[in-house]
Ligand binder design. Structure first.
Ligand code: PLP
Length: 418
């Protein structure tokens, strides 16, 4: 497994790999510098970082380089470092430079899905015999990856309440871990971990802190600035934002770790294709305005549910009653568009509400412009059924979209009335 040994280069061809990345970065620097450098505002970086007008035609949007290979000027004479699209592709480079700029990272890598990103990270930093701490309410797919895949490769895990930094410290003292995996807010229970406090525990315990930032998006939260080593995204969600593309990303603070990840991604091949990278980049341009509306609508929905007699609990970090509210207010710039709630009448009532909404579409996934509703216990988190990570059966999860909020409130009221 990868341990950052010398000679582990992106493509396995030292010169080509090094050139490929360096050239891509230079291009982005020339393009992004000034107009979208680190000092530029978030919205400016989202629209311009990595996305300078095409030097030949002036096209204001990076082209979709739907290509597998590149002509060489003599053997090894790569143009801007591009040799084969598994290793690097200009449309993907544009997305990666933009993601790095949004998260304040040294390097970003785009993958075919969030799970491909997670898999690549774990293969890069872990080896058989390693131990990992995961959230006791992790996303079901993340839990499945640890429980069903990495356990077979002798990477053991322990589920910990990440909202309690003391619990993380105790777990690390009991048994050192290679990785501490944090999701904040979590899917679907919306619990909040204090990234700075957990980061401190990780530094003392010698663990790498990975933060799944999917629910917040880089517009609301930047884990690297709070002490995380790696940020992971399912770009399928808010970054893409239109429910039309599946993708994932890793953003790292340390360029050497970035190079090791690039090596493994090239070796295993789970890259984002050019059209998927382009769609994600297109979505990112409007991330800021979408997130503002997601946050506003979700807050109104949470207030309405809180006052509803059929609802026993509302899980939304923006509510003053939420146990993680203060930490969320400290480390986030808004509370996001995800709201979960529990039904007084139990599982069947929760399932029935999911089937009665008209505007909230019954379906998995989240973070798109359209509102979605689902029953995590039977849908997204069915893989955690029977485990310590099982979610309550009376739970309903909403991805609150950016439609007119009056219509969303009316749809939920009708569905809750039965
Ligand atoms: C918090 C979180 N992390 C990771 C993933 C996995 O991402 P993908 O579905 O893009 O593979 C998801 C998907 O729902 C998620 O919600």
């Amino acid at each position: 497994m990868g341990t950052g040994r010398a000679g582990e280069t992106t493509s396995g061809r030292a010169a080509g790999a090094g050139q490929g990345r360096a050239a891509g970065t230079e291009r982005g620097r020339a393009a992004g510098a000034g107009s979208a450098g680190a000092e530029a505002g978030f919205e400016t970086r989202a629209i311009h970082a990595g996305q300078a007008p095409d030097p030949r035609t002036g096209a204001v949007v990076p082209p979709i380089y739907q290509v597998s290979t590149y002509a060489q000027d003599g053997v090894g004479g790569l143009r801007e470092g591009y040799e084969y699209s598994r290793t690097a592709n200009p449309t993907r480079t544009a997305l990666e430079e933009c993601l790095a700029a949004l998260e304040g990272g040294a390097r970003a890598l785009a993958f075919a899905s969030g799970m491909a990103a997670e898999d690549c990270l774990l293969r890069t930093v872990c080896q058989p015999g390693d131990h990992v701490l995961i959230p006791h309410d992790a996303y079901g797919g993340t839990y499945r990856l640890f429980d069903k895949v990495f356990a077979r490769w002798q990477v053991s895990y322990r589920a910990v309440d990440m909202s309690d930094p003391a619990a993380v410290r105790r777990a690390l003292a009991h048994r050192p871990a290679r990785v501490v995996w944090v999701e904040t807010p979590t899917n679907p229970l919306l619990s909040v971990a204090d990234i700075s406090a957990v980061g401190q525990a990780c530094r003392e315990g010698g663990a790498l802190l990975v933060v799944d930032n999917t629910f917040a998006s880089p517009y609301l939260q930047n884990p690297l600035a709070l002490g995380a080593d790696v940020v992971m995204h399912s770009t399928t969600k808010y970054l893409g934002g239109h429910s039309d593309v599946v993708g994932g990303a890793l953003v790292v603070a340390d360029a050497d770790l970035g190079e090791r990840l690039a090596f493994h991604r090239n070796a295993t091949g789970g890259v984002a294709g050019p059209f998927d990278a382009w769609l994600t980049l297109r979505g990112i341009k409007t991330l800021a305005v979408r997130m503002d509306r997601h946050c506003g609508n979700a807050s109104r929905v949470a207030d309405m549910l809180l006052a509803h007699p059929a609802v026993s609990a509302v899980l939304y970090p923006g509510l003053a009653s939420h146990p993680g509210h203060e930490v969320a207010a400290k480390q986030m710039r808004g509370f996001g568009g995800m709201v979960s709630f529990r039904m007084n009448a139990g599982e069947e009532a929760a399932v029935a509400v999911c089937g009665r909404t008209r505007l909230f579409t019954l379906g998995e996934s989240l973070g798109g412009v359209e509102s979605l509703i689902e029953h995590p216990g039977r849908m997204t988190h069915a893989s955690a059924s029977g485990s310590a990570l099982e979610v309550p059966a009376d739970l309903v999860r909403l991805s609150v979209g950016i439609e007119s909020v009056q219509d969303l409130l009316a749809d939920l009221s009708t569905a809750l009335a039965g």
